[in-house]
Structure formats: C-alpha cells, structure tokens
Ligand binder design. Structure first.
Ligand code: SAM
Length: 292
C-alpha cells in the first residue's frame, strides 16, 4: 500500500524503492511531519493565481502541499537521483514543474519571468539545504527578485541572525541585508525529530516579507553594503579600525575616516554590531558625498 506523501512511512518507502540514501553533503534532511509541512505551506500565503518557487523539493512532501494551494509550482532540485521519485510522488499534480539544476547557478529572474508569467504574486518556499543557507538567502535578496514572501526553514541560529536587533552577538551583515530588503517574521520553532535523517541542529521557519522599498534610503547602495561588511569584519574592533580598511575610504587617511564617521553622526569608537540601518545609511551617504 502507498502511504501519503510526507509521512515517515512514505518517505522511507520512496527511499527504499529507489535505493536512495539521503546525502549529507547535499543537506538532505527530509521533512516527515504533516503539521510542519502545513505550517510552511500556509505561511507562503498562496492562492490559485499565485506561483511558488521551491528550492530543493527532495521527496516532494512540501511540493505537494504547495501544489494544493498555488496555481503553479516550480521546484529546483540538484540531485538527479530524486527526479524519478519526484515524478512518481507528484504525478497527480499537473501544476508542478521540476527543474533539474543548482539554484545558486540558475538565472532566477529569467526563470520567474518565463515560468510565472501572468501570476498575481510569486513566493519562495523552501526547507533549505543548510550547507548553503546564506548564499541562497543572499542571492534571493540581492537580486531583488519580484517576490512577495520568502518562507524558509533554516537553522535556528540563522533564524536568530536574520531577526536580530543591533547590540547583540547575532546581529551581523546577514541581519542588515535581510532587514534592509524584507521584514522577517518568526513562524515556528522546529525540533530535529521531524526530519529524516534528523539534522545536528534545531531549526525554525521564518517568513521574509519582501519590502516594496528598502527599509532605509541611501544614495549609494553598493557602498552601504561595503560599509556593512567592513564594519563586521572584525567584530571586536571599533568602527574606526574596521572602516579604515574599506577600499573606498583609503584616500581619506585615519583622520579623514574619523571625520567622515563623525560627520555621519556616529561615534568612531562604537562597534559595528551596535549600528542601526539608518546609521549605516548615514555613513554611506556621508562617504558618497566626500567622494563626489
Ligand atoms: N523539500 C524537501 C523536504 O522538505 O523534505 C527536502 C529538503 S532538504 C533539507 C534540501 C533539498 O535541497 C535536498 O533535496 C537537496 O538535494 C536539495 N539541494 C541541495 N543543494 C541544492 C542546490 N544547490 N540547488 C537545488 N537544490 C539543492
């Protein structure tokens, strides 16, 4: 008898039938809890006129929940061994297309334009492969894809970083990028036991609601992100020390860097991890003005 998709019995059945062992190197921890699958799919706020891009469909458990809700699902899977499994598991859903490829190498803007033409909104939903969580999130954010929400299962520690406020150890470049482009919302904490095999870390589901406009305005966005990266380069050092290494600030010399930081209304003795987004924007604008 065939067990329903996304149950422990069905996942085990599929892996056995196709002689597949989960590959740790590809971050393969399959979700086997119907309740969590429903929570992730519901968080994407999908309707029949919407499209959803899934990253890493695995055995198709989340894909099925998405297919029940959205007009169209496109799922990108890197592991060729899973393609026949997905074909079998998702045969009842004509609105699903599996794309074989590496999400980090695909032109996602073109994919969205071609596969979701006419969709009211396009969301991303994914139980991410943890070995490339940050590069995937940065790609989704920095490419400014036309997305409504990004719902992701991530390591608990990454979820804390995405939501972190200034002043703590979790606040860093990833927090600034996530909060600049989106509004991160906590959806659920997820224990290891709902995965097959269980990962080594606790997990959480977050929804990143993509902003129409970035959270702060800056006259030079690439410079804003260069400053953010430099400010967190050595966490225990002051802004004055870290920002002196910024290529764009080299011509200023140490005193010039101090004057630039002060002109932005920020104390050069502070550490990067205490700065708010408006303060980073003020630093970018003050440096851009000096370079003109
Ligand atoms: N969505 C399934 C679930 O929830 O059970 C599987 C999630 S599993 C944590 C991550 C999936 O991402 C695996 O199927 C893995 O093969 C796939 N994957 C890993 N690296 C990838 C990449 N670079 N591009 C696309 N998929 C990838």
């Amino acid at each position: 008898m065939t067990a329903p998709v996304g149950t422990p019995a069905r996942s085990a059945q599929l892996l056995r039938k196709y002689g597949i062992a989960a590959r740790k190197s590809l971050g393969q921890n399959f979700l086997i809890d119907g309740n969590i699958l429903r929570i992730v799919a519901d968080a994407a706020e999908l309707g029949p006129e919407d499209g959803v891009l899934e990253i890493g469909p695995g055995l198709g458990a989340l894909t099925e929940r998405l297919a029940e809700r959205a007009g169209r699902v496109v799922a990108v899977e890197i592991d060729r061994r899973l393609l026949p499994v997905l074909e079998e598991a998702l045969a009842p859903y004509p609105n699903v297309e599996i794309v074989h490829g590496d999400v980090l190498k695909l032109d996602l803007r073109a994919l969205i334009r071609e596969r979701f033409a006419g969709a009211r909104r396009v969301a991303v939903a994914a139980n991410l492969p943890y070995y490339i969580t940050t590069p995937i999130l940065m790609k989704l954010l920095e490419e400014r894809l036309p997305l409504s929400v990004i719902v992701v299962m991530v390591q608990r520690e990454v979820a804390d970083r995405l939501k972190a406020a200034p002043g703590g150890k979790d606040y860093g470049s990833l927090s600034v990028a996530a909060q600049y482009f989106t509004e991160p919302e906590w959806i659920a904490a997820v224990p290891r036991t709902v995965f097959l095999p269980p990962p080594n870390v606790e997990s959480a589901v977050l929804r990143l609601r993509v902003r129409g406009r970035p959270a702060v305005e800056t006259s030079d966005e690439p410079l804003f992100f260069e400053i953010v990266r430099a400010a967190f380069a050595q966490r225990r050092k002051t802004l004055l020390n870290n920002l002196q290494r910024l290529p764009a600030a080299q011509p200023l010399g140490k005193d010039g860097v101090r004057r630039w930081i002060e002109a932005a209304g920020v104390s050069p003795d502070r550490r990067g991890e205490t700065l708010t987004l408006p303060e980073f924007a003020a630093l970018a604008d003050a440096l851009a003005a000096r370079r003109r």
